[in-house]
Design a protein around this ligand. Structure first.
Ligand code: NAD
Ligand SMILES: O=C[C@H](O)CS(=O)(=O)O
Length: 479
C-alpha cells in the first residue's frame, strides 16, 4: 500500500517522491510505503487550509459541523474492526487494546458532534462599571483559523481525534501531521472524514518526519495554533519556535500510584498490572512508580508479581495477547539498558527484564533509588518500580519529586486522606481508587510542570481552539 499526503482532497503519492517504509513492529513486514511530503506541499497545504477557513469553514453552520462529525462517528463504528487491525499492524498494539482505542475514538467524535452545537458565549453586566450604564457587552467564541495537529504513535487514532474532532466542532481547518511510524490509520481517518461529507481542504494531511514537515508547520505564519502530543524534547522545541501561535502541549510523565494500607489491594494489583504493562508501557499515563505503604508492601508485591507472570506475551493479532512488541527494537534495547543501569546500582528485578527483539518482558523492579532513570525519567516501556513508604507526608514528597505531573492514582478508603493527598499532588489529574492510567475522553486532561501546557478532553480543547471576541454596544437614549 502506497500512501501520500492529502491536500484539498487530492492525494500526493507520485512515483518521484522520497519514501519511508512503515514496518509491522512484531514481524517487520512492510505495512505501507509512505510517499513523503516536500516543503512545497507543506506551503500548499497550509495556504489551502487558510483559504478554506475563510471560504468555507467560517460560513459553515454549527448544525452542519455537528452532522459531519456524527456521520464520521457512525462510519468509524461501521469500520471499527478494519481500524483496529490497522493499529495492530502499524503499531504492534495487541488487538484487544486496539479495539478499545477505536471504541473510545467513536465516543470522542460523538462528544465533538454534540458540542459543535453548544459553543456558547456570554453577556457581560456592563453596568457593573461606573459609566457602563446603557452599554451592552457580548462575548462570542470564534474559531482561530488553521490548527496544526502533530500526533504521536502510541494512540494513533484516538489522540489524533482529540485534536481533529474539536477543531472541526469549533469551525477551524486543520493541517494534520501524524507520527510517521503510524500513518496508516491517519490516512484512513482522513478518507473517512471525506466520506462523512467534510469539504476538501478542511482536513489536510501531510506525510513526513518531524524534522522535515513538523518543524516548518510549527513556524508557518499562516498557522494559528499548534496542538501537539508527544515527547518532552519535541514539545520544548515547539514551544520555543511557535512564535505568537497558541500552543497546546500534551507531553510525557512518570506517573505515580499510591497504595495506602486501607486501600483495596486486590483491585489495585489487578488494575495496576494493566496500567503498568498495557501496550508495553507506551502510554503517557502508564503506572511507572507504585508506592505501597510498608505494612502491606509484601502482600502487594507478591500478588503483583503473580498476576504479572500470568500475562500472555507474543503476537499482537492474537485475542489472548497482553504484551506485544515495542514500537521499535531500538526502544526495547534502550529500555533494557535502563534496567541494567539500575541493577548495576543496586536495584532488583523481581520479574521480567529480558528482551527478545522488540519485545521486552513485563518488568517489576524493587530496591530502586529516585535518581535512577527508570524512576526519574519517563521509561515508556513495560517497566514499573514498586517502592515502600511509611507515611502520607513522605509519599506526597516522593511522588512530587519529578519534573512531570500528568496523572496519579491513589488507593485508600479514607475520604479525608484521599482529598488531602489529591490536593497536594502536583498533577493535572488525580484519580482516587483508580489507577493513573485511566482516562475518560470527556474530562479535562493535560499535565502540569514538564508534562505540558493546556487541556484536552473535547470541551476543553474547543475552548483552546476558539478565541473570545468581545462586541460592545452603546445604547442611545430615547430622544
Ligand atoms: N500527554 C499526553 O497526552 C501524551 C499522549 C501520548 C503520548 N505522549 C508522549 O508522546 C511520546 C511518545 O510518542 P512519540 O515517540 O511519537 O513522540 P515524538 O515526540 O517523538 O513524536 C511525536 C510527533 O512529533 C513529530 N515531531 C518530531 N520532531 C518534531 C519537530 N522537531 N517539530 C515538530 N514535530 C516533530 C513526530 O513526527 C510525531 O508526529 C511520549 O513521551 C509520551 O509520553 C503524551
Ligand atoms: O499515551 C497517553 C494517552 O493520553 C493515553 S490515552 O489515549 O489518553 O488513554
Amino acid at each position: 500500500m502506497r500512501l501520500g499526503s492529502i491536500i484539498n482532497g487530492q492525494e500526493r503519492s507520485e512515483s518521484n517522491r522520497d519514501t519511508l517504509e512503515v514496518k509491522n513492529p512484531f514481524n517487520q513486514e512492510i505495512v505501507a510505503e509512505l510517499a513523503l511530503a516536500k516543503k512545497a506541499d507543506l506551503d500548499e497545504a497550509v495556504t489551502n487550509s487558510f483559504e478554506t477557513f475563510h471560504s468555507t469553514m467560517k460560513k459553515m453552520p454549527a448544525h452542519q459541523r455537528g452532522e459531519i462529525l456524527r456521520n464520521a462517528a457512525d462510519l468509524l463504528e461501521e469500520n471499527a474492526e478494519d481500524f483496529a487491525q490497522t493499529i495492530v499492524q502499524e503499531a504492534g498494539k495487541p488487538i484487544k487494546y486496539s479495539r478499545d482505542e477505536i471504541a473510545r475514538s467513536v465516543q470522542v467524535i460523538r462528544f465533538a458532534s454534540e458540542l459543535a452545537k453548544n459553543i456558547t458565549g456570554e453577556v457581560i453586566p456592563m453596568d457593573a462599571a461606573i459609566g457602563g450604564e446603557n452599554r451592552m457587552g457580548l462575548i462570542k467564541r470564534i474559531p482561530l483559523g488553521v490548527v496544526g495537529a502533530i500526533t504521536p504513535f502510541n494512540f494513533p487514532l484516538n489522540l489524533s481525534l482529540h485534536k481533529i474532532a474539536p477543531a472541526i466542532a469549533a469551525g477551524n481547518t486543520i493541517v494534520f501531521k501524524p507520527a510517521e511510524k503510524t500513518p496508516v490509520s491517519a490516512y484512513k481517518l482522513v478518507k473517512l472524514f471525506q466520506q462523512a461529507g467534510l469539504p476538501d481542504g478542511v482536513l489536510n494531511l501531510l506525510m513526513g518526519t518531524g524534522e522535515e514537515i513538523g518543524s516548518p508547520l510549527v513556524t508557518h505564519e499562516k498557522v494559528h495554533k499548534i496542538t501537539f502530543t508527544g515527547s518532552l524534547p519535541v514539545g520544548r522545541k515547539i514551544r520555543e519556535t511557535a512564535g505568537f501561535k497558541k500552543v497546546t502541549l500534551e507531553l510525557g510523565s512518570n506517573s505515580p500510584n499510591i497504595i495506602f494500607e486501607d486501600g483495596n489491594i486486590q483491585r489495585a494489583v489487578t488494575e495496576l498490572v494493566k496500567g503498568a504493562f498495557a501496550f508495553s508501557g507506551q502510554v503517557c499515563i502508564s503506572a511507572q512508580r507504585i508506592y505501597v505503604q510498608k505494612s502491606i508492601y509484601g502482600r502487594f508485591l507478591e500478588q503483583f508479581i503473580k498476576e504479572t507472570k500470568a500475562l500472555t506475551i507474543g503476537d499482537p493479532t492474537k485475542e489472548e495477547t497482553d504484551i506485544g512488541p515495542m514500537i521499535k527494537e531500538e526502544e526495547a534495547k534502550r529500555a533494557k539498558l535502563w534496567i541494567d543501569d539500575a541493577v548495576n546500582n543496586g536495584a532488583k528485578i523481581e520479574v521480567g527484564g529480558t528482551r527478545n527483539g522488540a519485545i521486552l518482558s513485563p518488568t517489576i523492579m524493587t530496591n530502586v533509588e529516585h535518581t535512577m532513570k527508570i524512576v526519574s525519567e519517563e521509561v515508556f516501556a513495560p517497566i514499573v518500580s514498586v517502592i515502600p513508604f511509611d507515611n502520607e507526608d513522605e509519599v506526597i514528597r516522593v511522588a512530587n519529586d519529578s519534573i512531570y505531573g500528568l496523572q496519579a492514582g491513589v488507593f485508600t478508603k479514607d475520604i479525608d486522606r484521599a482529598m488531602r493527598v489529591a490536593d497536594q499532588l502536583e498533577m493535572g489529574g488525580v484519580w482516587i481508587n483508580e489507577i493513573s492510567t485511566y482516562r475518560q475522553d470527556n474530562h479535562p486532561y493535560g499535565g502540569v510542570k514538564k508534562s505540558g501546557i493546556g487541556k484536552e478532553g473535547i470541551k476543553y480543547a474547543i475552548e483552546d481552539m476558539t478565541e473570545m471576541k468581545f462586541i460592545g454596544m452603546k445604547l442611545m437614549p430615547k430622544d
